[in-house]
Design a protein around this ligand. Structure first.
Ligand code: IPE
Ligand code: IPE
Ligand code: MG
Length: 237
């Protein structure tokens, strides 16, 4: 299906619809999240095999803490379980894992799990798999501004040296190119605080497919659609 197609270098996904999938199947929401984690595990391998260089997924937003204690608890349990599995899968597939978001709001054992995953895969040279957890685009920009101000104050730097690329270096995504393609599953037409800075010129693709049902074919459809787009970045051909 992807013959003669350009595979985007960086694909970012808002994996939405776990709750709707659970409802459709008459099971608790937590089961929808578990099915979503299984899909994620599969998609990491598939994305790496397709030759995508950076694959970024939105797993938990800064706003998702507002959900019921029961649902947040179920998600934390899944993080604990899948972080360990992911370490193995990432190493088997030469995948480097990075986390973006503010990890310090998580329990100490989850922070340790995040560090193990990052450290344990740092020398892999294949795809970079970026997981956004306790991530919010606004929160990331505010934390970046704080880091920048602290650095400039401590080192008595000249504010005239601040430009877009310098600022981007203080974001959680420092060193990662901006996404080329942003996919949202489950039909919602909003960003939900995802990668506000980085998505400035990404092509958007929204599908009604619920995240637990997402597969290689769905990703290929998104890449075909991406190939039909005329990217402009503000200029004209
Ligand atoms: C996405 O699925 C996963 C998270 C936000 C953690 P949802 O839980 O948002 O699923 P819907 O939107 O209720 O279907
Ligand atoms: C966005 O999905 C966050 C993640 C996928 C982690 P939500 O389901 O939380 O977004 P809204 O509430 O529909 O905007
Ligand atoms: Mg949702």
């Amino acid at each position: 299906m992807l013959e003669n197609m350009t595979v985007p270098k960086h694909v970012a996904v808002i994996l939405d619809g776990n709750g709707r999938w659970a409802k459709k199947h008459g099971v608790p929401r937590a089961m929808g999240h578990k099915a979503g984690c299984e899909t994620l595990e599969k998609m990491v391998r598939i994305a790496a095999d397709m030759g995508i260089s950076y694959f970024t997924v939105y797993g938990f937003s800064t706003e998702n803490w507002k959900r019921s204690a029961e649902e947040v608890g179920a998600l934390m349990k899944l993080f604990r379980y899948y972080m360990v599995r992911l370490l193995k899968i990432a190493n088997e597939n030469n995948v480097r894992v990075k986390m973006i978001g503010d990890k310090y709001r998580f329990a100490p054992d989850i922070i340790e799990g995040i560090d193990n995953l990052t450290e344990g895969t740092r020398n892999n040279t294949g795809m970079t798999f970026v997981i956004a957890i306790n991530y919010g685009g606004r929160d990331e920009i505010v934390r970046a501004a704080r880091k920048l101000v602290e650095d400039y104050r401590a080192n008595d730097k000249d504010v005239a040296s601040i430009d877009e690329s310098l600022f981007a270096g203080y974001l959680d995504t420092a060193g990662i190119p901006d996404p080329d393609l942003m996919i949202r599953t489950s039909g919602e037409l909003r960003l939900s605080n995802y990668l506000l800075w980085q998505l400035a010129y990404a092509e958007f693709y929204v599908t009604d497919c619920l995240w637990p049902d997402f597969d290689q074919k769905e990703l290929e459809k998104a890449i075909v659609a991406y190939n039909s787009r005329e990217r402009r970045f503000g200029g004209r051909k």
